[in-house]
Design a protein around this ligand. Sequence first.
Ligand code: GLN
Ligand code: ZN
Length: 809
Amino acid sequence: MVPWVRNFFSGFTTVPAASVTPIADEAAAPERHETMPATATIQTQNLGYPRIGANRELKRALEAFWQGRSSEDQLHAEAKRLRAVHWQKQREAGIDLIPSNDFSCYDHVLDTIALVGAVPARFDANSGHVDTATYFKMARGGGGSCGHAPALEMTKWFDTNYHYLVPELHPGMEFRVASTKPFDEFAEALALGLRTKPVLLGPVTFLLLGKAREADGFDPLSLLDALVPVYLEVLHRLARQGAEWVQLDEPAFALDLTLAQRTALVGAYRQMASTVPQLKLMVATYFGGLGENLTAFTSLPVAGLHVDATRSAAELDHLLAHFPGHPMLSLGVVDGRNVWRNNFTRSLAHLQRAAGRIGAERLMVAPSCSLLHSPVSLKHEKNFDAELKSWLAFADEKVAEVVQLARLAGQAGDAGALAANQCANEARRKSARIHNPAVQRRLAEVRPADYERRASFATRKQKQQARLNLPLLPTTTIGSFPQTHDVRSARARVKKGDLSAAGYEAFLQVQVKRCIEFQEDVGLDVLVHGEFERNDMVEYFGENLAGFAFSENGWVQSYGSRCVKPPMIFGDVSRPAPITVESARYAQSLTRKPIKGMLTGPVTLLEWSFVRDDQPRAITAQQIALALRDEACDLEAAGLAVIQIDEPALREGLPLRRAEWASYLGWAVNAFRLSAAGVRDDTQIHTHMCYAEFNDIIEAVAALDADVISLEASRSAMDLLDAFVGYRYPADVGPGVWDIHSPRVPSAEEMAALLRKALTVLSPEQIWVNPDCGLKTRNWSEVAPALENLVAATRHVRVALNLEPHATA
Ligand code: GLN
Ligand code: ZN
């Protein structure tokens, strides 16, 4: 540990790990079998299957519909076809409880908003039923009676990269059944001969994910009494249709809950289980252990309880010791959040322990969570070699693993499957492709001083200013410039072989040159090369680092029709050769103004990839940091005086439970520091993050020890500045003055107003002027006037501050 960690985190109070309330003994299950019976049938279930389709068919269908190229009937027909394919695959694999209503045309939280009639008034949905048009208006914005109604807000689903639409809640809100989706899909499967297990987002998690619009201090759970009757109606109706099991997802159990929230959870399920006793309710929690919520969880009077055994293995014995005498236990032993082949030996040990405790007939095998977060199938991967492929499992392979594990745990399995699994895991463990002794040696040699810039920020700032000679309120951008059709098609042509590497290089140089001329004309102070060579800030670096692999078709839904194809970090990470140095050197050769080199930070590379499961994430982050450190030093040696290391994912990596924040922030901040601290004092390190809420981690952000940080701020009209009121941020800050997520070009006056607002909490010597984020999704027709306005606004404010003579404005 480096010294700052101790200083910085000494203020945190940590909660003891094992502070679980003891459970009354009579609630615990009687010990069943000391050993397993000769053979037993262990049931299997799936919690959810990817919706997007093996070839992103849903994406295409949605986009065709939105663009008016297909009808609503065509969209629904394609969705129906996909559901049938997904059910059939799971049936063929041998899953006992196959989910329905896990499919969605956009998002399952939005489906729940529609189901319970929680449609905000601006969408004019007064009729009894939420139709397709209203559904997509909530997702994407659209006309209401008083003009354009903004879409619901979107935010990350727990600690995943999936985004859900945020329910808008207000006091006195009323609910009613306003969609028939779960009933229709149950009937649809029944017609195919399948009695599925409908999946509903549980009422408590639904409310806790909501945002209270009107009243401060309003407790969303005060709406539970109004909401539960709607769930009762839904459950009754599913029971009448012939459902046997219904899955209610309550991942809120993985969060820090108050006593009142736990009580509300138990109360709601007591009511649901007793009112619809003919249905078997399966309450599922995932993404983390139960911790202090364990007693509440095990006291739910339901027919089945599902836990994420990949994230709470340490808690399993405790759970088993206190598991009640009646319900089924579904053990999520197959990781739904990662791409690695299961370790059968480890999973079987968990399953056998559970079966020995509660009886095999009360056990179910499952993935840890919905397979929504996993790519669909390895079948479509043609580029992977046999070795790499043998280490992986996507959704279809995970479904097969669940079934194999149940058979093996019931002693009815195929010994060959076990041997093949053990063999693959053993080969992976020993593979020379994974272990790079040079990387490990270097890691072992890292010293505390490697995390420290040589001088303090104050000294560095002086040296940097002497070198850069920047005006007050320096202007810059976040890195990328428009990825036009030309840029994307040039990249596609190289991939296809229609454009030579040299031709592509020449094309890129033209783009960089134009971009720099443009920035000089506009009058920006610190320039960038424009990132034209990057399709994606993570993919680009991953492709140039050893230890990363890329799938052809490993798409995972991010939101609506949007998918991402995360790289897979399978081995020790190293940098075979400099990555950005030549393009940066070229860019710098074109101008006397400083060029800002542009790197993606270690935490973001980690967060937006599938990471290896055979070593702690902290170690992987350190390896990436060392590779980036070399890149930063090489940029410096190439003559760059400014280097930005982007960390937009730093905050979203925060663990779900507060008690784990300090440890995460400790290694994440260290990884950033390791990547940045190799450069000289007069080299200026920037970082960038795009979120507005960071009050709760501002000390960790300061501990990054970056010389300048740019942040997204304009959308919330500088709300983020609140963080700087009570805390004197030690370095320079560029609060974004232009919301690049919107096509609207802000005026110079607007941006000047935002700057003046920033000046009320930050000192003029501390402020940089920049957009909220990169400009890759914008058009030049927006970028040109917006950056002209940004420079004009800055000059105006400088004049007002008497910092610059009028003549230059
Ligand atoms: N440098 C990146 C860009 O400008 C940063 C993107 C991000 O913050 N997500 O595109
Ligand atoms: Zn950003």
